[in-house]
Design a protein. Structure first.
Ligand code: SF4
Ligand code: SF4
Length: 757
């Protein structure tokens, strides 16, 4: 990237060159002197020759390169061609604001085969939000005139495309339409430059406004048949190749400033003053010298150059940690995820939910693993392999949250134990992290940290490390925060302390642990036959055919269902619930073995709900607590089997919705359904349809074998599900993936009907 002119005729307030942390432009010559152009061209030629490069891309940049004028630009282009083309193919490009583009310049670019990209942020309101002259006047008309010139047939060969910096306050539909109206060969969408020190604007309550905004634009683009190449969406797809902003490919851009300095990528100017500097220049240093600079070298390391959070991220191959500059935070430098992490995670899910652009067969859906998973679940139950994929995905999300909690001031000592266990006893660690209420705890901690800035929720890392160490038989000692006089060890139990304290020292020893709080000490033996220690409330489990379930009535984060959970059950009540669950398991395997197998593969815990005489039979799932269902402790195994099958549908679909958008984001519509008096949002209807599909299958199975009332139940649920499916499909509130999913559910429903005779 050659900075041939270091000033600009616009005064955009989002410009990283002039408006952000780095201000080195102030000490640089206004235009690159001819001797510097020559030295730069020779350095590039030298590198191409020594490494026998097939092609070199040179981008004329600024400031505003058109301020050099036609004569100045011609001199630069001639110099570059003369020095470089004897050794390699020279791909010449330019990035401009377009204001000064005229016929003469267009002819020059066509003659010298320069591909011109124009910065343009969309419709007038969007463009003029930032891209204005120093006096505040609009640049919209001038830029549109430049784009019209480039569109002319005689100049079209030099029209490279549009670079659009997004602003979530703009209307995405209007921006999309304004960009398309200029018929660009390609569109580059940029996130506004930001860092953890200077975070991006987040208007509104939503946590991922950039993903939502781009998701909307992505939907339009897919619906329109992808009429233009949009690099961001193409690069983000699995195997999309990435860009400087995404993916794990080595960074391959260097900048030559107007004074001949070698610099790292330009966007670093947003981090801090001098961030892009290397101390090298074209007069004394080759490209190979600059490539050895630590700041450049670290960006050649792919995964190894990323922070721990990104390395553990399920989408790291596609995201690559985001743009390097966006990771900056004073103190930890660039060893962070992108400040846009949450948006990137969600945007990648959105992009992944759509079929690839180049169909492998008659339809773009063929051979896509996304579609395999959705199609398999749309049968009603999903195979054990699909359940494993959902569980793996949830586990990966918990790991990312765990690392985020470490970054938010979590215990370093506990983190070291967790990291060690990850190496030596990964199964023990996974057993803890897959406990359904770990994710709600981590989320609660992160949300409270974000709100108060100091993390009012207890740091989860020490308790998780102690629980995992106990499972693995690893001896260690950690300071564990105490919540309301209790230490909670997920999957194992909770200890009520004798003496109130803010934290306690917990020593993990083989088969036991010892807790010191204040002046008291308590020891808990974990062997099942050991006498129960005072204050220790072990998590009880239930043996069901082919599996063991935790009966979770202690973990405080089980209270995530929007319904009152039962306090710890008396032993007799716990045993009674255990017997009902075991019998319900047998009933499920009798009625709907495929659904039962899906439960075998994923259900880990059952939470008793508090009894309510007005509604004695209730059940619930929570999106954050995959692997658990909550039920009222009823005694009828036939009814319990229906509740479990019903709720497990919600759990599976929740995990799917974590990963794929099946409903268009931002839908305010409501749909009438036969099973509720009030109109429901599309996602609620989708959940209802999916649960009722399974319940229909249960009753149809029972109708075949015995129960007199089963046929009536089956008919009612079938009608409800069918009506729900049709209402959803008619609502136009589903994404393309959602329509396909619901279409498959409709198909499964037809099969169910035929199968039941
Ligand atoms: S046109 Fe480009 S270089 Fe000029 S002020 Fe705007 S963003 Fe900065
Ligand atoms: S953790 Fe965030 S920034 Fe890092 S790779 Fe994953 S989505 Fe990207």
């Amino acid at each position: 990237m050659l900075k041939v002119h270091s000033r600009c005729d616009l005064s955009c307030d989002h410009c990283y060159v002039y408006q952000h942390a780095d201000q080195t432009w102030r000490g640089r010559p206004v235009r690159m002197p001819p001797a510097t152009v020559r030295a730069a061209a020779q350095r590039i030629a030298e590198h191409a020759r020594e490494h026998e490069l097939p092609v070199v891309h040179v981008v004329l940049h600024g400031g505003e390169p058109l301020l050099l004028g036609a004569v100045g630009l011609r001199e630069v282009l001639v110099e570059l061609r003369a020095a470089i083309t004897p050794w390699t193919r020279l791909d010449l490009r330019m990035q401009t604001n377009g204001v000064l583009l005229d016929e003469e310049l267009c002819r020059l670019f066509v003659d010298h085969e320069v591909h011109v990209g124009v910065s343009f942020d969309g419709d007038r309101a969007a463009n003029d939000r930032h891209r204005v002259f120093a006096h505040g006047g609009s640049s919209h008309e001038q830029v549109r005139r430049a784009l019209a010139l480039l569109r002319q047939p005689e100049h079209r060969a030099s029209y490279a495309g549009i670079l659009c910096t997004i602003d979530v306050r703009n209307d995405p539909d209007r921006v999309y339409e304004a960009l398309l109206a200029e018929s660009p060969p390609r569109v580059d969408l940029l996130l506004p430059h930001a860092t953890w020190d200077d975070p991006p604007l987040r208007p509104g309550p939503g946590p991922t406004p950039y993903a939502d905004w781009l998701g909307r634009l992505h939907r339009r683009w897919v619906d329109d048949g992808r009429p233009v190449s949009i690099r961001l969406f193409e690069a983000l797809r699995p195997g999309g190749g990435g860009t400087e902003a995404f993916g794990l490919a080595p960074a391959d851009v260097l900048v030559i400033e107007a004074d001949g300095s070698w610099e790292q990528v330009d966007s670093l100017k947003t981090a801090y003053h001098g961030a892009a500097g290397t101390g090298f220049d074209v007069f004394g240093h080759s490209v190979d010298d600059v490539a050895r600079h630590p700041g450049v070298a670290v960006r050649q390391e792919g995964m190894a150059g990323l922070c721990a959070t990104c390395r553990a991220c399920p989408v790291v191959d596609q995201c690559g940690g985001g743009l390097y500059a966006h990771r900056w935070r004073t103190g930890s430098g660039f060893d962070n995820p992108s400040v846009y992490c949450a948006d990137l995670l969600r945007l990648i899910d959105t992009v992944n939910a759509y079929p690839p652009p180049a169909p492998a067969g008659p339809s773009g859906w063929v051979d896509s693993p996304v579609d395999d998973l959705l199609d398999d679940l749309a049968t009603g139950h999903g195979s054990p392999q699909t359940l494993t994929r959902l569980a793996d995905d949830q586990f990966a999300r918990v790991r990312v949250l765990l690392t985020a909690c470490r970054d938010e001031g979590g215990s370093g000592a506990a983190w070291e134990v967790l990291a060690h266990l990850d190496q030596v006893a990964p199964e023990a660690l996974r057993a803890i992290l897959e406990h359904p209420f770990v994710r709600p705890w981590l989320v609660h901690r992160l949300v409270s940290s974000a709100r108060s800035g100091e993390g009012e929720a207890a740091d989860p890392l020490p308790a998780l490390a102690v629980a995992a160490a106990l499972r693995a038989g690893l001896s260690t000692t950690l300071e564990v925060p105490v919540r309301a006089g209790v230490i909670m060890l997920p999957t194992l139990g909770s200890l009520v302390l004798i003496e109130s304290a803010e934290s306690a020292e917990v020593a993990v020893l083989p088969g036991r642990f010892r807790v010191r709080a204040g002046s008291t000490e308590q020891t808990v033996l974990l062997e099942p036959t050991a006498p129960s220690a005072a204050g220790w409330r072990p998590t009880r489990d239930v043996s069901v055919p082919g599996a063991r379930l935790l009966l979770e009535d202690c973990d405080p984060y089980r209270d995530c269902y929007g319904q009152r959970v039962a306090p710890r059950l008396e032993t007799s009540a716990a045993q009674a619930l255990g017997r009902t669950l075991a019998e319900a398991w047998r009933v499920m395997h009798r009625d709907v073995p495929a659904h039962a197998a899906a439960l075998d593969g994923g259900l880990r815990a059952v939470v008793p709900l508090a009894p309510d005489p007005a509604r004695p039979l209730r059940s619930a799932t929570a999106r954050q607590a995959f692997g658990a269902v909550a039920v009222t402790p009823a005694s009828d195994p036939e009814a319990m089997a229906v509740l479990l099958v019903h709720e497990w549908q919600h759990a599976k679909l929740g995990a799917v919705l974590d990963r794929y958008d099946l409903v268009e984001p931002g839908q305010g519509s409501r749909i009438r359904v036969p099973w509720r008096p009030d109109p429901r949002p599309p996602e609620g209807v989708l959940q209802g349809v999916y649960a009722h599909l399974a319940v229909t299958q249960v009753w149809q199975s029972r109708a075949v074998t015995d129960r007199a009332d089963a046929s009536a139940h089956a008919a009612r649920y079938l009608a409800w599900t069918r009506d729900g499916v049709e209402a959803l499909l008619a609502s136009r509130s589903l994404t393309e993936a959602g329509e396909r999913f619901v279409g498959q559910v409709r198909h499964a429903l037809e099969e169910t009907r035929v199968g039941s005779g």
